[in-house]
Write a protein that binds this ligand. Structure first.
Ligand code: PLP
Length: 441
């Protein structure tokens, strides 16, 4: 079976872009559970056909062939409460029965309630609602530009970092590092400089008076759970203060409790001027939130930005349901406990399996990196784990991420570690057999 069949995240390889469409096996050759029906109908932006999921409960999902998996992808860090959380269903159904959509021309109580709860929980002053991560980044960078104009800053440029992933739309793609994602769409928004993630030397030159905003992920998700150092984020804050640039934290993946704190930046004690949230904030209902200080908000005026669905009563009802639970200290303490258990399990696998080079991450945003001489690659590990009944997702060139729901249990973590152990053992045995065959040939 092709390793990349379900691997819809293209590797962050600067050198060789993975093709969006690979040679597709004939329908008869497809493994059970794969969606032959989707082959001819979708724009070819993903690797088709994909494993078709039909139902889920908690950390488990079932495919179209009836096979159950432990889901450590969680809709790419979205399903914080796993699949089909009852409370979310109740809250959303009730809201749909009352008022489903009003547009940004009218106020609605759930949006106001969520904005109040978010500002209270994060100590930001104002909120803008949208639908997705990339829209949140567009918004943040537009706000930063508007702030630069309003405060008559000399420059309008942006600083982002190597390994960054901020989304697929214009501004967001312009500050996303991975060259294969960018190349087909150039020219992008001009005036973006990329610095080295976690490198403090040279920040004075990188962030000068021409820079309007610096955007950074406190934990780089798509690059494979690479956490910033506190020193780096502190240095960015200091340099932005020194030159008057806006600091933007992209917490689309790391925020809303995934790190074990409501915002991952809390681990480092550094505050940004703008923080972008999405993914888990709606726990499966599309929602994004851009949190800003009064200083940034003061540069905005009616008509400068908008979003038809932004602040939709149904999605903000979902957001309120999520936030009410995630912000509780006991909930976050539980996430940190599960994170320690997962970390311990992955460090154990690292010690046991020479094919692994590193186990890393923060909270329940974790990854293992496949060693260069393993004899197999990250997509092969994703496929082997799937064969064992565990869904994982790639990150960066050689890493595989583990993103369980925040409500994952100790037993599910142990089960996932056992499945990953088996997948690694199988792949190592296969690689050893292949190299022996190669040697004797
Ligand atoms: N920023 C980060 C850190 C992300 O991980 C992602 C998506 O993976 C995005 C932005 C883009 O979010 P979306 O896919 O919702 O547009």
């Amino acid at each position: 079976m092709a390793d990349t069949l379900t691997d819809t995240t293209v590797a962050a390889s600067p050198a060789a872009p993975a093709p969006a469409v690979e040679s597709t096996p004939p329908a008869a050759a497809l493994p059970p559970g794969f969606a032959a029906g989707e082959l001819d109908v979708f724009a070819p932006t993903y690797v088709f056909p994909r494993l078709e999921l039909v139902s889920g409960k908690g950390a488990r999902v079932t495919d179209a062939a009836g096979r159950e998996y432990l889901d450590f992808v969680s809709g790419i860090a979205v399903n914080a409460f796993g699949h089909a959380p009852k409370g979310l269903k109740r809250a959303v159904a009730k809201q749909l029965d009352t008022l489903g959509h009003v547009s940004n021309l009218f106020a609605n109580a759930p949006a106001t309630a969520l904005a109040k709860a978010l500002t209270a929980a994060t100590a930001y002053d104002k909120v803008f609602f949208c639908n997705s991560g990339t829209e949140g980044i567009e918004t943040a960078l537009k706000f930063a530009r508007a702030h630069a104009v309003a405060t008559e800053r000399e420059g309008r440029e942006f600083v982002a970092f190597q390994g960054s992933f901020h989304g697929r739309t214009g501004f967001a793609l312009s500050v996303t590092y991975n060259p294969p994602y960018r190349a087909p769409f150039e020219p992008l928004v001009p005036g973006v400089r990329f610095g080295e993630y976690n490198r403090i030397d040279g920040l004075n030159e990188l962030i000068d008076s021409q820079v309007a905003a610096v955007i950074v992920e406190p934990v780089q998700g798509e690059s494979g759970a690479v956490a910033a150092t506190g020193k780096f984020l502190t240095a960015l804050r200091a340099r932005c203060n020194a030159v008057g640039a806006t600091l933007v934290f992209d917490e689309v993946q790391s925020g809303m409790g995934r790190s074990g704190r409501l915002l991952a930046a809390e681990h480092f004690g550094v505050r940004a001027d703008v923080t972008v949230l999405s993914k888990a904030i709606g726990a499966g209902i599309p929602l994004g939130a851009v949190l800003v200080t009064n200083k940034v908000a003061a540069s905005l005026a009616p008509g400068m930005h908008g979003c038809t669905f932004g602040g939709n009563p149904v999605s903000t009802t979902a957001g309120l349901w999520v936030l009410e639970q995630v912000k509780k200290p006991a909930f976050l303490a539980r996430v940190r406990k599960r994170a320690r258990e997962l970390d311990k399990a992955l460090v154990g696998l690292l010690a046991k399996h020479p094919s692994l080079k590193e186990a890393r991450g923060l909270g329940l945003l974790r990854a293992v990196e496949v060693a260069p001489n393993a004899g197999f690659d990250a997509p092969a590990l994703v496929a082997a784990a799937r064969e064992e009944g565990l869904l994982l997702i790639r990150g960066g060139d050689r890493a595989v991420r583990l993103l369980p729901p925040l409500v994952v249990s100790t037993q599910e973590i142990e089960e996932a570690a056992t499945k990953l152990d088996r997948a690694l053992t199988t792949l190592e045995a296969r690689a050893a057999a292949a190299s022996t065959t190669g040697e004797t040939r």
